[in-house]
Structure formats: structure tokens, C-alpha cells
Design a protein around this ligand. Sequence first.
Ligand code: FPP
Length: 236
Amino acid sequence: MHMDIDNKLPVHVGFIMDGNGRWAKKRAMPRTFGHKAGAETLRTVIDECRKIGIRYVTCYAFSTENWKRPKEEVTVLMRLFDEYLDEAAARFDKSRMIFIGDKSRFPEGLRDKMLRLEKDTASIDDFTIMLAMNYGGRDEIVRAARALAAKAASGEIDTEDIDEDIFARELYTYPAPDCDFIIRTSGEERLSNFLMWQSAYSEFYFTDTLWPDFGKEELHKALDEYMRRKRRFGGV
Ligand code: FPP
């Protein structure tokens, strides 16, 4: 690990990979061209995070709302996910892979690959990649509430015992720690239903750079800024 960044590095970084469509449009190319370039950026950024010692990376790949996009765009995204999963499987000893979100809506082949990768990488604990796929922060919270209500109804838990820790255990991301730092590209400054619970104390970083143009240099710039911030978690 780098001497100067040592223990102040964020443990868990989230990426809202925005701007693929605009990047392609600027080049008079179809939006899907931007997604392909975006997938390359994802590889570069994840490799760099692993190299410098970040432990958890969560990437917003597909939201519960993204199904509304044109069919051909959704198809290309599914193909890019599929390729990425095959690659991850080919080097599955490197990173733990977790897919957060509702897998049930994906094509069966893709869903099977997700489940297999999660299983095959389950014992790796130095670096975890969480891909948010058909993910929504509110949906995640509603599911947790529903799971706890069922446990209370069956007598497995007491309603009085439900606290933040018990609630967090029902989230897709359990047992990963909360997100320390959320980076969003392309100039939009909002959370868009990403990690709602886990971002309660996150630091945010926004850049006008479009996701396909984001790279190692920008990542380090963002991390440098994170390390200069003072986090108080509600204290003084
Ligand atoms: C946002 O850009 C990006 C997405 C909705 C998809 C993210 C997907 C990738 C980075 C590519 C592949 C991912 C994996 C996991 C291999 P946008 O299309 O909303 O851009 P715009 O706001 O400029 O239209």
C-alpha cells in the first residue's frame, strides 16, 4: 500500500457510472458505444482500486428503472454484463463478486452466472466487488422490512429487538461496511436510489468528467480529496 495514503483510504467506495450516453453522443455514435467504453473504464478503475488496497467497490451497473430504456440498449448492456461475468469467472481467485439487487428479472443464463460467481468467490475476503444490478435502494429497504416482518410474525424475533444492526443484516450488502465514499461522474449531483441506507455518512464526490473518460488519474484525484476531508459522523 502507498505510504501517503495508508489508513485514511476509504474502505468502501461506490461508483455511479454516469455519462456513457452523452460520451457517445459527443462522438456521433450510438449510446451503446458509450456503454462499451464505460465497461473498459470499469475494468481500469476496479483494478486500480484493488491495487491500492481499497477493500470494497460497489458499482451501479443497472437500476430498477433502467429497464425502461430502449430494448436494443438493454440488450447490449446485458451482453456487456455477460462478458464481464465470463472474465470475472476466468480469474475468480482475485475478487469476491456479489450482485446486489433483484436477480430474478435477468435472463436465466446471466442469473446462473451471477449465482455461480458468488458461490465460487465466497471465500475471498481481501477485495470485494459488488455490482448493483436491477438494484434500487428503496427496494432494498422494503425487502429488509418485509423479511423482518416475516420473522416477527413467525416469532423468530421480537419486534422490540429490531435495531439498526439487525436491520442492516437484511440488506443486500450485508456484511460489507457502509459506503465511505461515493463518486458520481458526468455532472449530475444526486444519489438516484443508490445505496440509500449505506450512504448515511458517505462523503460525496462529483465530477463533470463522463464515465468513459474517468480513469486512474481522476480516481486518485478523488481519493486525495476524500483523504483531506474530516469525517465527524455526527460528532464534533
Ligand atoms: C449511465 O450512463 C450508465 C449506465 C446506466 C450503465 C452502466 C454500465 C456500464 C458502465 C457498462 C457496463 C457495466 C458492466 C458491469 C460491465 P447513461 O447511459 O445514463 O449516460 P447518459 O446520462 O449520458 O445518457
